[in-house]
Design a protein around this ligand. Sequence first.
Ligand code: AKG
Length: 236
Amino acid sequence: MYIDIEYIKEHGYAIMPNFLSASEVKELQDLCDISPVAMGETWPKDGKTEYLPNLDPSKYMHYWSQNMSEYDIVKKVKDKLKPLADPCFNGDYEQIGGDFKVTNPTSGYMYCHFDTPYRHDRWANDFGEDIKGMQFGIALDKFDNVSGGTRILPGSHKKVYHKTDMDARKHDEEFIRDGITMELEPGGLFCYHSRTMHSTMPNNSNKPRRLMLLLHLWNDPTFRQELQQEEAKLNV
Ligand SMILES: O=C(O)CCC(=O)C(=O)O
C-alpha cells in the first residue's frame, strides 16, 4: 500500500479505503465491544459535560478505551501500518496508540483539537518540515455525516491556531463549513498529521460508531525527552 507523503504535507490527511479485510474488521469490532473504558464524556447535565472513568460503555456519550496493543489483532494492524508510517518519519518512529474511540447514538460530542505532540503549547504552532506525530484511524463502522465519521479541516496544519480559541469554540463554524468527513466503509483507513484540526462528530445513527486510533510519534531522542517533560506538566 502506498502513502502520498507530499499530499499529507500539503493537505494534512489521506484516506485509504479497504485497508483491512472483513475478518480483521470483525476481530477489531469484537475487541472494541469488550474493551474496558479508560475515560469518557457523559451526557451533559446542567449544560456541563464531565469525564468519568469505569462506567458501563452505554453510559457515555463518547469514550475511549484502554490501550489494547497487547492483543494479536492490534499487533497485526500495527505491522500492517509500518509501510505507511515509515515514509512519514523516515523510518524513525514509535507506534504508541491502540485504543478505540466510540460515540454512542444521540451523542452530540464535538471538540476541535490537535493531537500529540501539537496539543502542547510547545508545538502548537510548530510548522517544521518534520512530521512529529501522525494518527492512523480505522473506521469500524460506516463513517459518514449521520454516524459521526471523524471530521478534519484540510490545510489547518499549516495555519496558526490557538488552543484557547479552539476550546472557546471560536473555530467551530469554520470547521463545520470547511471541514470534510472521513467517509469510509468499515475497514477503511484515514491518517492525519497530528496538527490537523479534527473532531469526533455527533452520532445521529442508531448504533455506536467505533474507531481504532493508532498514534505514531517521531522517535528523535531530544524531541521525545521534551515531550515527556511536557506530558509530566499535565500530570502534576
Ligand atoms: O472519535 C473521533 O472521531 C476522533 C477522535 C479524536 O479526535 C481523538 O481522539 O483525537
